[in-house]
Design a protein around this ligand. Structure first.
Ligand SMILES: [Zn+2]
Length: 295
């Protein structure tokens, strides 16, 4: 069986699709059965991406950690956690978390950049799905400033991006250079390089210190401005509500628990996008924001 190397930033599911196409295998499930060393029937793919990662790694020379960290969204999803831990496949706790929540989808659709497709076709002769196009709130390709095209998620498992129908020519994204949105995007993409989890509690307190220093209130009681007020004032409403529907009913000085509580010490899970936007609002540039979230 022909197994190519994954492309830089290639989505794992899309990579499996490329292997299927190259080898004329008609489904990912069939591919995994072919690759499975014991001829056992693998678990349904959509329910257990992790078992697919293991099977592929066992069968090829591709390192499992490399596959996970460079070709899935797990680094983004797992970067903030209740406890700090290095990612380690001998750690049953991490494996358990990975198999339950680590590979859940973030977006309900697949996206690609039409200009990346053109370049890939010209240079490689084929196209592939990129991880950095599948992050919440990043509606454009940071390389080309072009609006991403959205297609049904099933396309990851069926087709390369070049086989999807282009309904419109490439458009430049209107908020690509918005100071907060661009910073948010750079921080989010930076988090894809994570190789360990950081304690939410500690990061929350650090964000709280930065917020207080800038004159914001971090608890529900008081009359000062909240971080959610700054978000509402400084970010275009359509982008904000698209990413955080909770802002639709937000009014000035109204404590928005879902968002404002990121500045407090916390023990329950909170989505990575909240940390990324809080850092984009509080720190002067993406490098500083990323540093404060990951140290
Ligand atoms: Zn592009």
């Amino acid at each position: 069986m022909l197994i190519p190397k994954p492309m830089p930033d290639e989505v794992f599911k899309g990579f499996l699709t490329r292997i299927c196409i190259l080898n004329r295998v008609y489904s990912m499930r069939q591919l995994l059965i072919y690759l499975s060393p014991r001829k056992t029937r693998p678990l349904p793919f959509t329910k257990n991406t992790f078992s697919a990662l293991r099977i592929l790694s066992d069968k090829t020379n591709l390192d499992l950690m490399q596959l996970v960290c460079s070709h899935t969204l797990i680094p983004y999803i797992q970067v903030f956690s209740v406890t700090k831990h290095e990612w380690d496949f001998s750690n049953p706790r991490w494996l358990n978390t990975l198999s339950i929540v680590g590979t859940r989808p973030i977006l309900s659709h697949a996206r690609y950049c039409p200009e990346c497709v053109d370049e890939d076709l010209g240079f490689w002769g084929y196209t592939y799905w990129r991880r950095s196009h599948q992050l919440p709130g990043i509606e454009w390709c940071l390389k080309h400033q072009t609006c991403l095209i959205t297609v049904p998620k099933i396309y990851f498992s069926k087709l390369p991006p070049s086989s999807t129908e282009l309904l419109s020519p490439p458009n430049k994204y209107k908020y690509a250079h918005h100071p907060v949105i661009e910073k948010y995007a750079q921080i989010s993409i930076g988090l894809l390089d994570s190789r360990s989890s950081f304690i939410m509690n500690k990061i929350g307190m650090r964000l709280g210190d930065a917020a207080r220093k800038s004159g914001f209130m971090v608890s529900p009681k008081g009359k000062k401005k909240l971080l959610s007020d700054l978000a509402l004032e400084s970010i275009p409403f359509d982008w904000l509500v698209n990413l955080f529907p909770e802002f639709a009913t937000k009014t000035p000085n109204m404590y928005l628990n879902y968002f404002d509580s990121v500045c407090q010490s916390r023990r329950s899970q909170m989505s990575t996008k909240v940390f990324a936007l809080a850092a984009a609002l509080l720190y002067p540039n993406a490098d500083e924001g990323l540093y404060q979230l990951t140290h």
